[in-house]
Write a protein that binds this ligand. Structure first.
Ligand SMILES: [Fe+2]
Ligand SMILES: [Fe+2]
Length: 234
């Protein structure tokens, strides 16, 4: 498979580049505002000692950065890494269309809440199509990653797609998305090891090839471990 987004350069296409940049800027701001609304809701509705650790805006910046770094580590071009970075900046935009009360809770979410949360992928695709109606490989990449970043190789993800249906950008996005989720402490995690090495170990040993593309997992692991040694905790 050679479906890395390396056969175009968004920076050579002024009109689409501007539309994409505008969409990203507007929706990153919207995601930050949404996090602020969540925080307000948490203050009013959850115990005083509840700490809101998983901010969607910050998560988005972290995972986009991870996409770019892993792409460079894989030897892909700087242009290709930039496309993957931009696409990852929109992957969770659909969350802003869901009620703020859906995300923060002391206990594990029940099935109803899980299913509601899962709608964020389709809602994100709707937002992209609404604001970026033109056809362009950059927009196709954004849609691909937004739609499928919670799929698993064995079909146990949100939509039940299997490895053969998942592009390389999507496979990498799934790995990076999982890592960031596991590495951010949340109330129901107990005393789980959330260090980069601990999370990677868990992803290799407990999830493995059933869930991830192992070649991409190892490339990402190398980036994370190097990052950690350089003193960058996340
Ligand atoms: Fe997501
Ligand atoms: Fe995400």
């Amino acid at each position: 498979m050679t479906d890395w987004p390396d056969d175009f350069d968004i920076r050579h296409d002024d009109e689409t580049a501007q539309a994409v940049q505008g969409f990203i800027a507007t929706h990153l701001t919207a995601l930050r505002d949404y996090d602020a609304q969540r925080e307000e809701w948490v203050k009013k509705n959850l115990p005083q000692d509840y700490v809101m650790t998983y901010r969607f805006h910050d998560h988005t910046l972290r995972v986009a950065d991870d996409m770019r770094k892993t792409a460079m580590h894989l030897g892909l071009s700087e242009t290709c890494a930039h496309h993957l970075y931009l696409a990852m900046l929109v992957h969770d935009v659909g969350k802003i269309k869901l009620p703020v009360k859906l995300w923060d809770m002391v206990d594990k979410p029940d099935d109803y809440i899980k299913n509601e949360r899962r709608r964020h992928t389709g809602l994100g695709v709707d937002l992209i199509h609404k604001h970026l109606p033109q056809e362009h490989p950059m927009i196709e990449l954004m849609v691909d990653i937004t739609a499928y970043h919670h799929e698993n190789m064995d079909g146990s993800g949100y939509l039940g797609l299997t490895g053969d249906d998942l592009s390389l950008p999507v496979r990498l996005a799934c790995i990076i998305e999982s890592f960031d989720g596991y590495a951010t402490v949340r109330p129901h995690f107990g005393d789980r090891d959330v260090s980069p090495a601990g999370v990677i170990k868990r992803m290799r040993e407990e999830k493995g090839a059933a869930i991830y593309d192992l070649e991409l997992l190892e490339a990402f692991a190398a980036v994370k471990i190097m990052d950690y040694k350089d003193g960058n905790k996340m």
